[in-house]
Every structure is written in structure tokens, then in C-alpha cells.
Design a protein around this ligand. Structure first.
Ligand SMILES: [Fe+2]
Ligand SMILES: [Fe+2]
Length: 201
């Protein structure tokens, strides 16, 4: 799906639905991180106005997702708490360090954008896996996750487009780089033998 090179275990949806409260808490943290990552990227490249504008819009949407997950959590009496350890995104960043040209500032930006794309793609895949079960388990969440599925797919496209813009004359290399990152991501997921109630990992 999208750029992904592996499918999540069918047991993943079972794990998420078994601990829906835990999943919602992890999801809230993911949305918060998505917003802050987009803002921190725009702060790092303040002279690239196309990038800054696109990331500001994306951050606004992620913040709105965060607030809406918080509303759901409030209705269920849940507390956000400290973020769980996020080995997934860290492992992706570490894996990307092995890509060629990494010493060039341009590729640092391109790879950060592509990591964003891969993370969005995995969110989409996971939301899609949940969707058939939600009408039975938590019907009040079905429309919300349908909307998020579409929105995170749009974010995937935005990140890939931004990566191509950022790569400038090397835009033709971006698809191949995305494939390599997606391979790394598939390998990272293999290390999580027991599916957990988390959006990633
Ligand atoms: Fe989101
Ligand atoms: Fe997103």
C-alpha cells in the first residue's frame, strides 16, 4: 500500500482492538509528534517558503487530529501520560543514515521528508486494517478513522512531493530513495514479533 514493502500482521488489528484505550493514547502521541515534526522541519529551513507553507498546513491538520483524539480520550476518561518509547521513528532515522549522499544538507532534508512519507503510509495501512472492525467494536470512531485514513494518505503524497521539490535537480532519485527507506521500514517492523496496540512498530 502506498510505498510500503510489507503488510502488517493480521494480528495487529486484534491487538489494537483488544486494547483500544492504549491504542488511542499512542495515536494521540503520534498526532502530536507529527505536528511538532512538521513545525520543527519548517523552523530548520525558514528560507524555503514553499516548504514552510506546506508544512504549516500539514502541522495544522495534525494538530487538529491530535485535538480530536484527545476529545475521544476525554469521553473515555483517558489520560495522555508520558509518550511511550518511540523506537520506530528513531530506527527509521538511523537506517536512513546509510543512504548515499547523506553528508549533503539537501539529502538530509529529502530523507526527513521521505521518512515522514513512510510514517504516514504506515498510519494509513493500520487505519485501513481497523476500519472493518470499528462498526462492531467502536462505531462512534468509524467515521473519524475513515477521515484520518484519507487525510494521512494525502500527507503521504505531500511529503513525497516536497521531497522531490527539495531534491531539485536530483528529483529523479527520490522514488528510489523512498523504496530503500520503505525496505528499511519493513525490516524494522519484522523486529516487532508481537503486535502491539500502537499505530507504528
Ligand atoms: Fe494525522
Ligand atoms: Fe499525517
Amino acid at each position: 500500500m502506498l510505498c510500503l514493502r510489507s503488510e502488517s500482521s493480521p494480528l495487529w488489528a486484534e491487538a489494537a482492538l483488544r486494547d483500544l484505550d492504549g491504542f488511542l493514547i499512542d495515536h494521540a502521541h503520534c498526532e502530536m509528534k507529527a505536528a511538532s515534526n512538521a513545525l520543527s522541519l519548517s523552523a530548520r529551513y525558514p528560507n524555503e517558503m514553499d516548504l514552510v507553507r506546506a508544512l504549516a498546513e500539514l502541522a495544522g491538520e495534525e494538530l487538529s487530529h491530535f485535538r480530536r483524539v484527545l476529545e475521544v480520550m476525554t469521553e473515555r476518561g483517558l489520560v495522555l501520560g508520558s509518550p511511550p518509547v518511540d523506537g520506530y521513528a528513531a530506527a527509521l532515522r538511523t537506517a536512513s543514515a546509510g543512504l548515499k549522499g547523506k553528508h549533503l544538507e539537501r539529502w538530509v532534508l529529502v530523507d526527513r521528508l521521505l521518512i515522514g512519507a513512510v510514517i504516514e503510509a504506515r498510519s494509513c495501512e493500520r487505519f485501513k486494517l481497523l476500519l472493518p472492525h470499528l462498526p462492531k467494536v467502536a462505531p462512534e470512531l468509524t467515521a473519524f478513522y475513515e477521515e484520518l485514513f484519507a487525510c494521512e494518505a494525502k500527507h503521504f503524497c505531500t511529503y513525497v512531493e516536497l521531497a522531490k521539490l527539495a531534491a531539485r535537480e536530483f528529483a529523479g532519485e527520490v522514488d528510489g530513495r523512498l523504496e530503500m527507506l520503505a525496505e528499511f521500514e519493513a525490516g524494522i517492523l519484522l523486529q516487532h514479533a508481537v503486535p502491539a496496540a500502537r499505530v507504528h512498530g
